[in-house]
Design a protein around this ligand. Structure first.
Ligand code: MIC
Ligand code: SF4
Length: 641
């Protein structure tokens, strides 16, 4: 029987277990990446492991999320990241060099290799045929220490692309279409593997838009084959030597197959407040807009900004619109500044931002009250833009650009005339001087720790009996942006757990942190898909700091569930989801003989005086991690041996 692309790459990297669906496996990680907002914790944890040098082929630390430097804390974080990278064999991509996923794709991604990143959009590198997975910082720290990454062997969903996109329809529309089809839970436990003749029509940056936003399907990752397009992109990046041809065997067998005819895709928009709330733009044409933001790791490549420049050429944006553009990398900015694109953008009225995440993570450019903002980003969760009632629509760069001119949400296929065909320039501008290689004499490097970098809180093993109180009960699809908000107000505290914990659930219950502290030992009740979205482990470590011992939900998102286990919080599910209805705020929760219970898949809890059957669906290794009080305690013990 033939093999899928996923089977081939995972097979070569298998360190533990068997390549059988749902079996726990451990895979070798070739490369890691971190960004500043998750990186400080990841490196504090790496340091706590006591290892001198990373064990991977390549590890890169990027600074792209918080570069506002509104006070000392932000630059203190940058200095810590730079010095800790220098000491431990890690490359450091300086602020201004670009968004981690865009730069990684350009300069480091290699077909057939594995990448683990402390950011949920790490799958972007799947556009370069990598198995690229997002995880919590602690998992990335373990991978840097040479430990395998543990996951359940995923199912593989084959997305067969046929035909070719029509003019002004682009990769973003393909992934929005798939999100409409499958929903934000449609990829849970799966890898999306793309194939078919339509794949050949998509360049690497276009493929990367699709694999990037595969994260919004809940998928473990997404991957494209390595073919002529891959070779072409690598050649232009001066990295031809990194190319290998890789594809699934013709007779590969998949768990599910979806066929997509590219010729039938139209411009789509994801409406507030979920990436799967998708409609055709033509059905939404009367929506008046206030702001357009182009950029983020989804749509900020040279190709995307070139097309936006061509659409805006010689025109000016509508009076009612503020247009902001953040190029994905220094390479992109440098190239658009040479070919006339930048002038076209500025002349049309665009405000040019730094090459960072910027408005995507709520670092500025919050829309007006109830304002409508079109964004080429990947997430439109409520409040993430920085304005609680902001109405965020996710669209392609083509739709964003034409709408900025019109002043309302406009379908580019209806409103645009032909523009020149996009062709890549022969050579990309290659200049890696903003990426600092690690020190050849690490013994002389001193790690710089500013006052904002607080030591990690102590993680204790679980008590022998659990006695706790329900501190909050929430509904379905709660995101990590609800649990641990980001944005300009909160991101500066990413290295200070006691301080950042004051913001847990602040958008839902501003008093949560006081209530949790008063309870001393607390439980969170969640609905379906609890913890979707970002990989931020602060959404686990801060509740842990506030005394949360368990989350009892109907189901969990993958990365958040792993983060809960890493920090010793029990991710329990209701054996009968109907029991969710009976649980109330302030109910007492007891679990007798907790250590014994952690060893089992099913056991009883008592909630508010009722016996409620619980499930703990985790691997044997996860049970050991929980009993040790979390992964760091477990790993430290292992290395001490
Ligand atoms: C996001 O898009 O939500 C982030 C900010 O990039 C996060 C990481 C973080 O919270 O630092 C992610 O996607 O993992
Ligand atoms: Fe940055 Fe936004 Fe991409 Fe997250 S989704 S890495 S915040 S650009």
């Amino acid at each position: 029987m033939g093999k899928t692309l996923v089977e081939k790459i995972l097979g070569i990297h298998l360190m533990e277990g068997e390549c059988k669906k749902d079996e726990p496996i451990g895979i070798m990680i070739d490369q890691t990446l971190t960004q500043d907002a998750t990186g400080t914790l990841a490196y504090l944890q790496f340091e706590a492991m006591g290892i001198d040098k990373v064990q991977t082929d390549l590890s890169v630390s990027y600074v792209d999320h918080n570069t506002l430097q509104t006070d000392n804390r932000n630059m203190d974080d940058h200095l810590y990241l730079q010095s800790v990278a220098n000491k431990h064999g890690i490359y450091f991509s300086r602020p201004g060099n670009g968004i981690c996923h865009q730069v990684h794709l350009e300069r480091f991604a290699k077909p057939g290799h594995t990448l683990l990143g402390s950011d949920s959009h790490t799958p972007t590198a799947g556009g370069m045929c990598m198995i690229a997975i997002g995880a919590g910082g602690l998992d990335v720290a373990c991978a840097m220490a040479g430990e395998p990454f543990h996951l359940k062997y995923p199912k593989v969903i084959n997305v067969k692309l046929k035909g070719k996109l029509r003019p002004f329809v682009s990769a973003k529309d393909i992934i929005l279409y798939i999100l409409q089809l499958k929903s934000v839970k449609g990829g849970v436990g799966a890898i999306m593997e793309y194939s078919g003749e339509g794949v050949l029509t998509l360049s690497v940056p276009e493929r990367a838009t699709i694999t990037n936003m595969g994260a919004e399907l809940g998928a473990t990752t997404s991957i494209f084959p390595s073919d002529g397009q891959t070779l072409d992109f690598l050649k232009r990046q001066g990295r031809e030597q990194d190319y290998v041809a890789l594809a699934a065997d013709r007779d590969a067998v998949y768990d599910e197959v979806i066929e997509v005819d590219l010729g039938e895709i139209v411009p789509y928009a994801a409406m507030p407040h979920s990436p799967d709330n998708v409609k055709a733009v033509s059905e939404l044409s009367n929506v008046k807009i206030n702001q357009v933001a182009i950029g983020s790791c989804t749509n900020s490549s040279y190709r995307d900004l070139w097309i936006v420049g061509k659409i805006l050429e010689g025109k000016v944006i509508a009076k009612n619109v503020s247009l902001v553009i953040s190029p994905g990398s220094k390479q992109v900015l440098s190239m658009i500044s040479r070919d006339g694109t930048l002038t076209r953008l500025i002349d049309a009225g665009a405000r040019i931002l730094e090459c960072t995440c910027g408005p995507c993570i709520g670092m500025g450019q919050a829309p007006n009250s109830a304002g409508v903002t079109l964004r080429t980003f990947n997430r439109n969760f409520e409040g993430r833009s920085g304005t609680k009632d902001g109405q965020v629509y996710l669209v392609s760069p083509e739709t964003a650009a034409v709408s900025a001119l019109k002043g309302f949400l406009a379908d580019p296929t209806e409103h645009l005339d032909r523009i020149d065909n996009f062709v890549f320039p022969d050579e990309f501008r290659i200049d890696d001087r903003m990426i600092i290689p690690p020190s050849p004499t690490p013994e002389n490097v001193q790690v710089i720790r500013g006052p904002g970098i607080k030591p990690l809180p102590e993680m204790l093993p679980p008590p022998s009996d659990l006695s706790a109180k329900v501190v909050i009960k929430v509904g379905d699809n709660i995101t990590t942006d609800h649990i641990m908000p980001a944005g300009a107000k909160v991101l500066p505290f990413r290295s200070d757990i006691p301080k950042i914990s004051e913001f847990v659930f602040s958008s839902i219950d501003p008093d949560f942190h006081n209530k949790a502290k008063a309870a001393g030992s607390g439980v969170i009740i969640g609905g379906e898909n609890y913890g979707q979205g970002s990989s931020r482990e602060h959404a686990a470590i801060a509740p842990k700091y506030l005394g949360i011992k368990a989350v009892i939900a109907k189901s969990f998102a993958r990365i958040h569930k792993a983060n809960l286990i890493n920090f010793g919080i029990l991710p329990l599910t209701f054996a009968d989801p109907a029991d969710y209805e009976f649980v109330k705020d302030n109910d007492e929760v007891t679990i007798k003989n907790l250590h014994e219970a952690i060893g089992k898949t099913e056991f009883m809890a008592n909630i508010g005086g009722r016996d409620v059957p619980m499930r703990l669906d985790i691997s044997e290794r996860d049970r050991e991690l929980l009993l040790a009080g979390g992964t760091l305690a477990f790993i430290k013990r292992k290395f001490a041996k």
